[in-house]
Design a binder for this molecule. Structure first.
Ligand code: ZN
Ligand code: FE
Length: 230
C-alpha cells in the first residue's frame, strides 16, 4: 500500500492511499487540497475513509462524493450515508489489503483506527499523535487508557499516520512531564522544527509517548490532565 500525505486546514492531515487499483482518502477535513493532489496525480478516489465524526476529518466528504461519486467507509457515529460501517473487530477490504478495524474510544466514543497488517501501517486519527494523544471530548480516562493498550498491541515496527501535526507542542510537554527520559529529550530535539513528522514508528512512540508509557489509568489521567493545563 502507498500512502501520500496531504496537509489540510491549519494542522490536519488527510491521506491519499493506494492499493491495487483502489484509491482512498482518509479523513478529508476539507476537499480543496485533496482534489488538487488527486488531479495532479491523475487519481480518482473509490473510497472515503473516516476515523471519527469531527468536522476537521469529515467536512470534505460531500465535495468528494459529488465530484467523484466515491463511497464512504466510516464508523457509525459519523453522520450521513455510509456504504460500509467500520466496526470493531471487522475487516475492511481495500485493494490488495484488508484493514483491521479497532474501536479506540476516548476522543470520541465511536472513534476507530485502521491497521494494515500486510504493510504494518496504522491510521490513528485523533487517538494517537506523535508523543501525544487526543483530548477527551466524549470518553473517560479509562476509555482512552484502554485505547492506548490497543495501540500498544500492534507490532513495534508499525508506521503510524496521525490526524494532526501536534508534534512540537507534544514534544515540549513530554520533556516537561518526563524530564529524566533521555529518549524523550533526543526525540524532542529531532522533531521540533522538523515540519511534517509523519509517519512515526510505534517502537519510537513506545519509548517517547507519555500516554503509552503510562502504566495505569491513574498515571494516564495525571499526564492527560497536566497536558490540558500546559
Ligand atoms: Zn477529532
Ligand atoms: Fe481532529
Amino acid at each position: 500500500m502507498d500512502v501520500f500525505i496531504v496537509p489540510i486546514l491549519e494542522d490536519n492531515y488527510a491521506y491519499v492511499i493506494q492499493s491495487g487499483d483502489m484509491v482512498g482518502v482518509v479523513d478529508p477535513g476539507e476537499a480543496g487540497p485533496v482534489v488538487a493532489y488527486l488531479e495532479q496525480h491523475n487519481l480518482k478516489p473509490d473510497w472515503i475513509i473516516n476515523t471519527h465524526h469531527h468536522w476537521d476529518h469529515v467536512d470534505g466528504n460531500a465535495d468528494l462524493i459529488e465530484k467523484y461519486g466515491c463511497k464512504v467507509a466510516a464508523p457509525n457515529e459519523c453522520k450521513g450515508d455510509k456504504d460500509v460501517i467500520l466496526q470493531d473487530g471487522e475487516d475492511f477490504k481495500f485493494g490488495d489489503i484488508a484493514f483491521q478495524i479497532f474501536l479506540t474510544a476516548g476522543h470520541t466514543m465511536g472513534h476507530i483506527v485502521l491497521f494494515d497488517p500486510t504493510y504494518r501501517i496504522l491510521f490513528s486519527g485523533d487517538t494517537l499523535f506523535v508523543m501525544g494523544c487526543g483530548r477527551l471530548f466524549e470518553g473517560t480516562h479509562a476509555d482512552m487508557f484502554k485505547s492506548m493498550q490497543v495501540i500498544k498491541s500492534f507490532p513495534p515496527e508499525t508506521a503510524i499516520y496521525c490526524g494532526h501535526e501536534y508534534t512540537a507542542g507534544n514534544a515540549k510537554f513530554a520533556t516537561h512531564i518526563m524530564p529524566d527520559s533521555a529518549d524523550i529529550k533526543s526525540r524532542a530535539m529531532e522533531v521540533i522544527g522538523q515540519g511534517c513528522t509523519m509517519p512515526t514508528m510505534l517502537a519510537t512512540e513506545l519509548a517517547t509517548n507519555p500516554y503509552l508509557i503510562a502504566k495505569s489509568i491513574e498515571d494516564f489521567k495525571k499526564y492527560r490532565t497536566a497536558k490540558d493545563n500546559f
